[in-house]
Ligand binder design. Sequence first.
Ligand code: BMA
Length: 332
Amino acid sequence: MKVQILNGQSIPNIPWQDKPQGCSDIVWRYSHNPIIARDAVKCANSVFNSAVVPFGKGFAGVFRIDDKRRAMQLHAGFSDDGVNWDINEERIEFVQADSASEEVNKWLYGYDPRVVFIEDRYYVTWCNAFDGHPTIGVGYTFDFKTFYQCENAFLPFNRNGVLFPRKIGGRFAMLSRPSDDGHTPFGDIYISHSPDMKYWGEHRHVMSPFMPWESTKIGAGPIPIETSEGWLCFYHGVLQSCNGFVYSFSACILDTDEPWKVKYRCSQYLLNPREVYECVGDVPNVTFPCAALCDADTGRVAIYYGCADTVVGLAFTTVDDVVEYVKANSSV
Ligand code: BMA
């Protein structure tokens, strides 16, 4: 590999399919997409923007399920191969963490989870209702059975809270997108820091919408991947067409020690809605990545993304290919 993966993990059973012959894309889709159907769980209207990590000999995850009441819920799930998933019928019921207060976390709804292992536990962040207003919820689990809920990271309104997989300069770091109460028609990515996962500050601006494909708003996606070139971050960008929003995704590379500094940023999307399951569903024209597994031995990357707010898809790339492409097509 040309690009080194730092602090990575061997995932010999990472889901994988070689790039189809003749395909010139940097990110390509799994041929059996979608991997999770909208009715994978009895109560579900849809299963989409969801996050997975290696766990034991297989994988575990936190899944966004909009139930048949159209309430947005988080469910835990497990898989041997990262492709076929058993998702719990019951939603996650968080237990209050010692560091939190019961006034903060009355469950109303939760969506768009991310999951990351840091030090000794799996942290979960998601868009959480704080007195009915969306902000970033934070929790953790050791076993994907009992989940503890911490204080919310920020005041409303905020979405797309994404933790870095290790402390940077001795502090936890999180990307997020301050927003408004509705289907926000704007949005930049910021970074915030915390000594203890409770108090967040030292906020810095990271980047704003720039190119046409992302000109309305952008939001962090999967947990950043640490490489010798910096933090490789996939992120979504939204274009407002005459007929609604179009969600595509691409990648940027942030400075290792000062991740609010953007080193490279791809000017084009890497994947956009074009397959039927991405263009047709409860919300058409959405590809929304929330997780990326990366095998440190081979540089293979498996990206999990929500499709049309209805199902989950899988796409592949390699760290070498994506870093080279982002650098070669960068506008910062
Ligand atoms: C965003 C979030 C995502 C969703 C997207 C498209 O604002 O709500 O969960 O996938 O809109 O509807």
